[in-house]
Design a protein. Sequence first.
Length: 190
Amino acid sequence: MNSIGKKISDTRKLKGLTQEELAELSKVNLRTIQRIENNKNEPRGKTLSMICDVLQIDKAHLQELNQLSQKKTVTAFIIDGIFLILLNLLLVSIIGYLTLPPEATINSKTGAILLSFFIPFFIVHFTQKMSATERTIKFGFGFVAQIILFLVVQGFINTCKIGFRSWTFSCILIFIGVLFYGKIMFKPQK
């Protein structure tokens, strides 16, 4: 809930008013009050002034709260972006560490295959409300970057040799496939 809608809702409840009563006292449509409190509208100008007068709230304070809320949203977006970049680097590093070195054994490669299934499986479990495309982009872009880096550094032929010989491509395909199609393994939540 944005800060203005939440503040209006909380103050209305503290004063013991219903939405209908607030609408009547402020001469604002009931549907408008409901939409403001449900974050479907943000009150401005005269509407905000009339609601603030009835609830005895400082209009300037509400607008400052809204600006702070927007700054927090930008900060949260930046922090989420940094976290996703670090998580993708970690995932690529784990799979690469288990498959790419020449001394990688069948055991480490098998472990990479298992991790390529179970890590995205748990990601899907915790992000079921996210679309498959969004989840794949957010949690799989590290592997796309890895393939592009291999192509630039090694060339197409060497990248294919390294990728298939080391099982890295198999791991990437499993990982991306489970991210995208993994939701079918879960029953729909009611």
